[in-house]
Every structure is written in C-alpha cells, then in structure tokens.
Write a protein of this length. Sequence first.
Lengths: 775, 775
Amino acid sequence: MILTRLARPLLLASLLAGSALPAQTHTPAPSPVDAVDPFIGTSGEGHTFPGAVAPFGMVQLSPDTHVGPARQTYNWAAGYRHEDPTILGFSHTHFSGAGHSDLGDFLVMPVSGDTVPLEAGTADTPGYRSRKADEVASPGYYAVTLTDPGVRAEMTAGTRIGVHRYAFRADKAAHLVLDLRSVIYDYPGKILWSSIRIRPDGTITGSREIRGWATPRRLFFAIRFSAPLTGHQFVTTEKDVLYKGFKGPGRGPETLVSLSGRAIVAQLDFSRIAKPLEVKVALSGVDEDGAIANLSSEPGDFDAIRAKTRAAWADALGAVQIAAPAPMRINIYTALYHSLMAPSIWGDADGRWRGPDDQVHGPSGFTMHSTFSLWDTFRAEHPLLTLIQPDAKNADFVNSLIAGQKTNPFGILPVWQFAGKETWTMIGYHAVPVIADACLKGIKGIDCAAALKAMVASADYAPYGGLSDYMKLGYVPIDREPEAASKTVEYAYDDWTIARLARQLGDAATAQRFEKRAANWRNSFDAKTGFLRARKADGTFRTPFDPTAINYGSDYTEGNAWQYSWFMPHDQGGLFRLLGGDAKAVAKLDAMFDYDNSKIDYSHAEDISGLIGQYIHGNEPSHHVAYLYSYAGQPWRTQERLKQIVESQYKPTPNGLAGNDDLGQMSAWLVFTALGFYPVAPGSGEYAIGRPFVERAEMRVGDKRFIMVADGLSDANRYVGTVTLNGQPLDRSVITDAEIRAGGELRFTMQPTPNKIWATGVKARPYSMTGYGKR
Amino acid sequence: MILTRLARPLLLASLLAGSALPAQTHTPAPSPVDAVDPFIGTSGEGHTFPGAVAPFGMVQLSPDTHVGPARQTYNWAAGYRHEDPTILGFSHTHFSGAGHSDLGDFLVMPVSGDTVPLEAGTADTPGYRSRKADEVASPGYYAVTLTDPGVRAEMTAGTRIGVHRYAFRADKAAHLVLDLRSVIYDYPGKILWSSIRIRPDGTITGSREIRGWATPRRLFFAIRFSAPLTGHQFVTTEKDVLYKGFKGPGRGPETLVSLSGRAIVAQLDFSRIAKPLEVKVALSGVDEDGAIANLSSEPGDFDAIRAKTRAAWADALGAVQIAAPAPMRINIYTALYHSLMAPSIWGDADGRWRGPDDQVHGPSGFTMHSTFSLWDTFRAEHPLLTLIQPDAKNADFVNSLIAGQKTNPFGILPVWQFAGKETWTMIGYHAVPVIADACLKGIKGIDCAAALKAMVASADYAPYGGLSDYMKLGYVPIDREPEAASKTVEYAYDDWTIARLARQLGDAATAQRFEKRAANWRNSFDAKTGFLRARKADGTFRTPFDPTAINYGSDYTEGNAWQYSWFMPHDQGGLFRLLGGDAKAVAKLDAMFDYDNSKIDYSHAEDISGLIGQYIHGNEPSHHVAYLYSYAGQPWRTQERLKQIVESQYKPTPNGLAGNDDLGQMSAWLVFTALGFYPVAPGSGEYAIGRPFVERAEMRVGDKRFIMVADGLSDANRYVGTVTLNGQPLDRSVITDAEIRAGGELRFTMQPTPNKIWATGVKARPYSMTGYGKR
C-alpha cells in the first residue's frame, strides 16, 4: 500500500473526477518487487522457473536441473524442479508454466580446476553438473552456490540479454562449459544443427537449429566476457556422421575458431581470476549480427543490468498496488510477476524478426513478440494486460499476431506460437478474441479493420481443425475430427468476438454471418443429458458417452463433458435456458463442484490437476465456471466457490500452484479474482464481479487510477454486502471495462452472511448473447 | 572466322594503332554458339554436365542419371553420365567438372497418367525415372525425350532461373514430381532440413539445408507454372522421427499448403494440358523472398529466356573468334564454354548474399560469386577470364573473394568455396595469385590495398595447413602436416604473388618479407635426388622415398615427386640451376614425359588420369610443365610436347576430356595453348609462348582486339619458324599481358622443322625470380 491515510481523500476526489494521479510526496512503501517469490510454482504442477527475466524479456536465464529424455519430461517443462539436488547449468530460454517441454538454449556452467568434464553427468556420476546450496531469487535476479566447483553463480537479465556472474575460487583455474547439445526434452535428432565461433574481437557467436515443439526453430547468440579468454576447445561429440567433409584449419579443438555440427560442446578457459567473471549473452532469432547488435544495445555490467531490470519490474508490478496480509500479498505479486513474462519479445533491437515462414522480416514499426499460449491466455491473461500494460505494449501483441498471420504459410493467425514459429498446439483460433478484445477496448496503435480481415481469414480457413465441416454442418463432426465437441464451442465463442468487432466497425454482413456462427455451440449440445457432446456427421451424438472420461484426442480437449458443457462464455443465458432455468443451472454447477471423484483415476492425463469435484482449476476450461452462479442470479454462490478455489489452489510455496501456470493464465486468474472481478467473456467489454481477496488495490490504467476497496474483509466477512462505484450503489454483478478505464473507486463492504438480494435480478447479471446483461 | 579477307588490312592497321575495332559491315559468320558440344566431357573423366546454363549463371539445369550412394559417386560428380540409359529428373545445380560429388538441388520430373510414383526407382525397377531418347544440347539449351511418360523435356536457364518445358501427351493427366530428397552423393543425414509451401498466388517456394561438401549449405527456390495447379500432395517419407510435434491444418497430404522435414517429395497435378507446361524456377542463397524476387527479375517465357541466354553465350564466346577445322573448332569452343561457367553468380538480384559465416550480407556494390575451385583455376582459368571477360566481371570475382575473407570465421580468403561456404578442399591459398594477378594487370574496380591486406591475412594465418611451422621453419614438416612437400611449394608461389603486388603498391616491408618466403620452395627440394621431397621437422627428408608413389595424405597432393618437382612457376630458372643446368633440366623433363608406367597402377587414385609417362594432364600440377622446355632455351621441345598433349587429351566426344574439367581449368589450358601462349606464372604479367593450334584467332580484350595468326599451320608444319608482334620480329618465347591488352597482332610462321635458334638465349626466356626473363 503506497498511499498514506492523509493522501487518500485528495486522491479519491481526483479519481472521482477522472483526472490523473497527483504527484506523491510521501515516503515510498516497500516495493512490490520484494513481495515476489519466483520459486512459487517451480515444484508440483506449476512448471515455472526461478531464474532471471525482465518483463516480457526475450531471455529467461535460469538453472536447468534435468533436460534429458531419460526421465519423464513433462515435470521438467521449465528445465528445473525445486527439489532436484543438482544443477547442470544455466540456459537462456524457458517457458513460464507451459504444459510441454522445450527450450533450454545455450547452457553455460562454470567449472573449477585442471580437469574440465565436457559431459553433464548425472546426480550420481561425475560431470560438470554440481550440487546446489543457498538459492535465492527475486524478479530479475537468481543466485546459487555450486558446491562442487565452489562457485557462487548469479544471474540477471535485460530485454534481450542475460548476464551471468561467477565468483570462482582464487586458487583454481576458472572455466566455463558452453554445451550446445543441451536442450529441454532431448531426443535423437532434435538438434538439427549448431555452430560456434570466436570472432577477432573475442566475441563468441553461434546458433542452434532445433527440431522441437516449433520446427525448425533458429536461435543465435553472442557472448562477451569481463576477463580475457586464455584458451578454448571446440569439440564435436557426434558419432554417426557418414561424411565429415574436409578438415578446416587447426590441428586440435584448441586451435579451432569455428565449429559446426549436431553435437558441439565448448570449453572456455580464463586461468585464475580474482574478480568474479561476468558473462554477457544476447540472443537473436534473426542472425549472429542481430545477436551482436542486441548485445551492444544494452550496455552496462551485471550490477547495472540488474538494477535496470529491477526498476522495470518495480514499474510493471507497481501497476497494481495491493494491501493484503503477507501470504496473499506474496501470492498475488508472484502471480502478477508470472503474468508479465509472455508474450516475450522476439524481434531484434533493430526491429528485424524471423517469422513463421522461417524468413527474416522487419523492421515493421512495432516490437515483434512471440510465445503466444493463446488457448490459455485469451481468457484472463490478455484481458489483464489490456488494463495494466500500456496501449503500446498491447498493440505490440496484437500487431505481432497480425504480422504472424501475414507471414504464416497458411495465412492464419497464430495458434500456439513461440520463437516466431507455429506449434499447432491446442485448438481454436484464440488470437481472434485477443485482438477483438483489444480493439473493442479502444487500445491505440492497432489497425482494427486490417485485424478483422486477419481474424476472418483464420475463421474461414477450411483445412484447419475441421473448420470445413464446421462451416457446412454448424459443428465439428467427431467422426472426421478429434476433440470435436470442444472445437465446436470454442469456434463459436471466437466467432462471436469477430461479430462484435465487425458490428463496431460497421461491417454488418460479417457481423451477421459470425453472429450466426456464434450460436453453433447449440449444435453440439445434448439437451437431453444436459451436456455438450461430440456429434457425428450424420447428426447423432457419439456413444458410448461418459461425462467423466478424459482422454487425449477424444471428444474433448484436455477435459470432459463436465468442464466443457459450460464453455459458451458469450451465451451463458442461452445455456441456462437449455438446462431448464437458473435453478437447474445452479444445481448442475453444484453437482460439478461437489462431484465424488473417489472412483476416478486421471493420472494418465498430464494437465488434469487441481480438482474440486469435476471443477479442474489446474486447467483452463474451468477457469470461468465459478463465476457462472452470478449468471444464474446467485452471486453469493460465486463468492463461496471463489474462496474455496483461492484457498485450495494457490499457496506461497514451490508446489503452490495447482496446475501449469500456462504463460500467466493461472496467475492472471488470481490477480483478477483477488481484485473482485473477472473477464468471463473477453470481447464483451465486461467483467463479472466475484468478491475481493485484498483489502485494497490500486490499478494504474493508462493515466488513470482505479481503486478497489474491500471494507471489513476478513476470513469471516467472506460475502459481499454492498457495492459502490465512485460512491454510488452498484446493483449489478458486472463492472464494465469503460468504468475501469475512466478511473474511480469500486468499494465492497464485506459481511459474514450472504446477501441474497444484491445483483440477483435478470438485468443485474453479466452479458449473455441471447439473454440478460445487454447494457 | 568472322572477318572477310577484304576487311583484314584495314583492321590490322587500326589494331596496330591500338585503337578500337571499326564497325563491321560484312555478313556475320556462323555463331561460336553452334560450335559448342555440351556433351563433351559428360562421360570418361570430364565430369561435365550437358544441361542448360547461362554464362556464370547461378542455375545449372541439367538431367541427373544417378545421384545415390549405392554406386561409386565420383563418376557422377555432375549427376550425369552420357552412357546411362535412364534419367531420374532435372535438377538446378551442378558442378562443371568437379572432382567431388555434390549439388543436384530441387529435382523435377514429369509423370503422365493416373499413377504417380513418388520414388525414383532404378533403371530396372518402376519409379518416376524414365528411359531417354533424342538428346540434344547447346549453350543454354538441353532437350530429351522421356520415353516412359512420353514427354519431350526441354531446359533453358537465365542468370538466376531455370525454365523447364514439358510437352505431355494430350490424352494423359500431366504431373510433376518435385523431389526434395534427391541429392548428388546421398547418404543418411545429408539433407538436414527441407521445406515446401504453396503461396496464395500459386507460387511454390521452399528450401533445403544440406550437410555435404560445404556445410551447412542453404538454398531456396521459387517456382511458377504456365498452367494452373489442379491438385498436389506434399508427402514426408521420413521414418525415424522420435518426436513429430503437433499436426498442422489439413487431413492428408492433398490439403497441406506447407510441409517441412528431412525427406519431402511433392506431387504437382495439372490435369490434361494441350500446351507444353512451362516451369520457371528461381534459386536464392538468401531466402524465399530472394528467390521470388530473382524469379520476377527475369521476365519472359521459355523461348524468350532461351533466346536471351543464347545471345549472352554468343557474346561471351564471341570474345574469341577462331578459325580452325571442325574438330579443333568444336574442342576449343566447348573448352571456352566450359571456362565461362564458374565462378557462378551467388548473390541475389537485390545484391544480398549468404556468406561463409552463414549470415546474410549485402548489397555490397558488386555481384557476389561463388564456386571457386581455386587450386585448379588460379593456373589458367582466371588468367583467361582476365583477358576475355570485362573488368567488371573480374572485379566481381576478386571482390567476392575479398568479401569471403571478411565474412569468413577464420578471416582468411576462400580455399575451395561454393554456395558461399568453405569446403577446405585441396591446399594453398590460391585466391592470393588470382587477386594479385588481377591487380597487377590493372583490372578496374578492385581496392588492391585492401586486397593485399586480405592476402597477407590468409598467408599469415598460422592454424591453416601447417603455416605455423612453414613460417618458422621455411617449409611444412611432413611429420606434422600431410602433403607437406606440395604445400611448401604452393605456399612459396602464392607468397611470391603477394610480394609482387606489395612491390607494386610500394609496400617494401611486405614485399621483402614475402620475397623471402617465395624462396621457400628450395627448403623442400632435395638437390641430391633432383626431386621435391617432404621434409621432417628435424630437417631430414622423409624415407622411404618413391618418386612415383601417389597416395592421399602422403607427401604430395594428388600427385608425386615427378609432377611436383616442377612447381616453382615463379622461379624455374632457380630450379634449373639446382638441377645442374638447362641440359639436365631438359633431360629430366624428357624422363618425365617418356617414363615407362607399365609396372605402375594408379587406379586407386581418383584424379590421376591422362598420363603421358609421369606427365599427368588429367590433373593440374602438370599443366605448366610442357612449357618449361622454353625456360631451358628449347622452345621447339615445348612445341612437340604441346602437340602430343593436345592430340591425346582433348577429343570432341563425351569421353573426350582426359581429366576432370575442374570448373574450367582443363578447358582454359586448351584455349590458351591453342592461341599459342600460356600463363605459366600468373602474377608475372607474362605468358610463355608455345605454339598455336588454330589458323587464326581474334580476342576481344577490353575495347581492343588482339589477333593471333598462324601462317602455314598444318599437321606437318608443327614448329614455330618466326614470330612477329605487330609486324616486328619477336625474339623471345614470351608475350606480356600489356602487349596483349594494347591490342595488335601476334603472327607465327609455322614450319615442318624445329627452329633451334629462336628464343634460345637467356634473355629470351620467360620470367624467373632468380634467373632470366626480368623485363
């Protein structure tokens, strides 16, 4: 909480007038940076990493504890698990909370003494891997003691750089191993090609091409050191090469200035050095020259970069100032931290970027971003960023999506993209709601007419995911396309956001066409059983039908009929009528949350975690469901379920996340929920009101401030009593985006018993296409 | 012969005055283009290809008859052998006469009917391979009937494009197979990656990355068709992929618009088409956009491109107008044709190019060229091009070499480079004499001071090929570096050319340093045996010593003491004194030519062919040796040996070349020799006079004309009687480059008996560093 009591009345007055925040003269409170614990989610199901990263930075410099294929890779999606006793090095790229394993580029590890092992070894066999001690981490900083070489290792990161600092023992020779073979989720042939060379000025540059999740992914690096290189070896360990070509200059690896191949490891020698060695590494997706230019574009030593990145985090996290007790404050600021990492910067400092066509483009007038986990992030992560990040940043995201469509060989928007490349992971065309939501919220810097064309091109691309049949039949038939039920409802929602934008842009024909498609969720809904079901091309529902079954490639995507039957966020009123009315809808919601799972085993399904009955908070399809009680006129039931979820699914510990953080979506859910509202249907311009979990929050929204106050909040006072907006009673369970952007104060008065009158009327409920809530 | 008798006196008068050629008004003679037979060298040892290519064109569009690993690949270095009964397709890149197998990019093959095989098959098993009939070829044009699909196939090529024309049977469906798996000299893992996609406008683009002779080599293509594509399949046949990633849009290969992988083949359908199908293909080393731009930069259909390229050949070949009987005329024009293919254009139409560092550079103010077979071509090929190609073209070559040095990870000039990439093939730093020769001849458009720096950087690069020891000991020691004897003498010659250029540029220190190194050939010469020998670091010569032994990695490079003992082209006088004088030198030359090989088997050595005793015309180290009699004051003996070589080593038949053409070196030898002179020591500014093999030749040198007349030439009149230059007696066996560039007439009067007086005096002999001939 940064404001003194004295300053508040003045501030409130200015906020009510919609004006900007006045200059502050009081002593600053502790920075939100210090409330972040990067270890949260690094064990259990979170798949986060503890290393150093700048907000939306290209580089995620973090320790890897396991990268190989030998053990299950899913649990090491970010290369690291907190409980692992050893570290094998520090690599420069990591996903924050992905459900698939990849990255881990350009692993660096310090080694002391005369013998330099060039293999990592295992926790039990010798190698450059070391035991660890005294780990600490904060935004933009990570440190650990590597007890085997006796080196204190520190990491920080800038926008396109990572900086290592290694304090070696003064009595032993200092070396680094740079292992171009190391990759998260390794298998034969994954590293297509790699190269390394020493340039005349001592800069080391190189590249990798990886055949992994996004294929082929190219990444380039440039490295400079604070101490002179006194020797080196470039070694290839590849065994199965039939033809090796002619030999280049030099007799042994110690004289090679350049080496390329599929299995390269470098030993870099620095003799004995008294001062800690600083290793500054830049990445580029374009080329080595790009990496060198990126390196030069961020001058300064370790401490300078660390300070700059800490300031950037203080600014980014400072967009939400929260007053809450320590466990909740840590949870929320860590969630906010995790929501400010992706989409990551992908374009070079000079504006060039490598696209999905594997060609170099730009400069394009914006900063290219990638790592779009859109099936996850369209829900709450992107809506959160539209509020707490500048318009220019949100425009970068949207313009990156549109540029991705223009340069995609199929001419469609990104689905699940990183390193500029498509992975074809998950379903839907959820770049569409991200773009529509940004345009409908009036984010500046987007050509929304051009955006609409890109959206329509994706939605009409027949070869993608059963769209040809969807456009003909009104649903995706399960006998022709897997996960048909999920696809049908997600397409319908995406279509609705196209219609919304087309309507705003005055394109009535497109609006009408996609409004019709938006109703397609009904074509896969079985009113008789009350569940969304996969339907065959002949019109019949597929049997046998088990609403609790979860299998990959089945009727649903990472879920079952229980979760997916609620996915028509734009038309919950229509659903409730189909179910037989509000009371039956509430009963079905209760049946979902209270389901007895004792006879069910989901251990075969990787993403299924965080279960509350058949509500599965560890995966995204459930994320909006607790808010649906409000759509049925029972907001106090939403309030109860939110308490149940927040308390069971988020803890300030390494295994404190109930599911994959999914590039910020799990975290964004908590940030919104803690503030008291949530974007159930991005594109609607509305947030459903739940209940707050912090005493006070102040959001920076553009040049305005929006304050949330929860008077009387306590464990006992768990229900919303009254709500006011800017001092006036708010008699609906909805707040609009325009109301938030105008600045002001949303004040809850909490109480120990349900208020069964507030926001129960039909007009007081959130937006629904065929029902209530059309404001 | 293009000039009438009437025109000659006038022309001669103008030539004597050094003025430009007057406008011609007579009827033009048959074009030299029609004297070229592209099949010469496509069997036997020549390794040439019969397909379509423009002068120095990026594309060599030619039939492949065998590309796989199953049979010996050396004989299919250009993908084709004339005697093979079947063709498996037409690919876009080929070496002309290389001694190593590679290229064969983007194989296209027409298929008729309803069944389209996607495997080539063998000559005996079904596949898209076809039997052939009615082959014809001329510069820029190749045609063949593919009897199995019943298709007449024609090929032509522009600067960066190849154009196919296929006349299909009207009653069968027309298809093309585009096989991205096909590569000359195939082995597991050679194709690192490939991709293909159809762009919205119907253009097909794609790429390959090859792990071959130059690694990794990247090449991109763009294809457009004269008829609409009616269907397609993109198929991957790769079997051993552990992780395939998620599936992109489309159900089967017929709906894919894009595919990438290690083993891709495409079927392209055109239904039944009445008009021949034209397929226009552009290449680029930069990216797909570059290929598209290259395609657009050369508009026109098959006939237009063919006519344009024919005109380009007429102009390039027309630089030497020859009067000779048919067999000799065909041999020489085909040789000239083969000498005008490499170095090939490598930069894109927009000036960008991919360098040895695998990065994209440019535009750089010149057209980047690659395919530098420098160990071969520094001898006669590049000196020929300095005379008959414009300064701008020669400057392109030299500037490409210098750019290659600047972007080489080792900072040294190209050794054996293609596709912008170094292969580390053969020995020496023979870009150095190419650049020195061009600078010393005053070729415009070169920064010779910068060039000298690049040359010195290469010559002083210690890790390369024993240079560290060479600089310390004055020779390369065989116990530390293979092929040490050959390396020592070739370095010494290269060093001499550095000294020559440094002297001209006024850099006395560099000149002195490299003049000293130029004498290093003596440090590996054993005066006792009279042979160049490999010496060990302790100063002793390596034993056992067999001057006839030829083994890879032994004391010599693709040769033995017999050939290599003559390689000090800058100091033959010094050699002859070491050998004991002119008479002993002549005796030793005779011993070489007349050596009885009946007890020797060289069948294990690939490049050893065209033997006349121990003179081996099929490989380069011998190429200057016949001229050395003139250095000993016995030019009539040179004349005899030249007749012996020309008549035995060059025939107008597919197996008419005695050895690999080596990107024009074998051919350039014949062109020079036929004209009556040869550049024994490029960098000397001199050509040793031999004897002419054509009645008359007229060379276009810049804006001047240089005419050679051989009065009375016949099989009997095989000796030079008298020689005049511009009407004045020429009493030396040397003509200078300046004399040729000034324009004029060199007139030989031939006779049946040796003239044992002409050019026998010491001062009349060609240049030698420590002997005669310093003009």
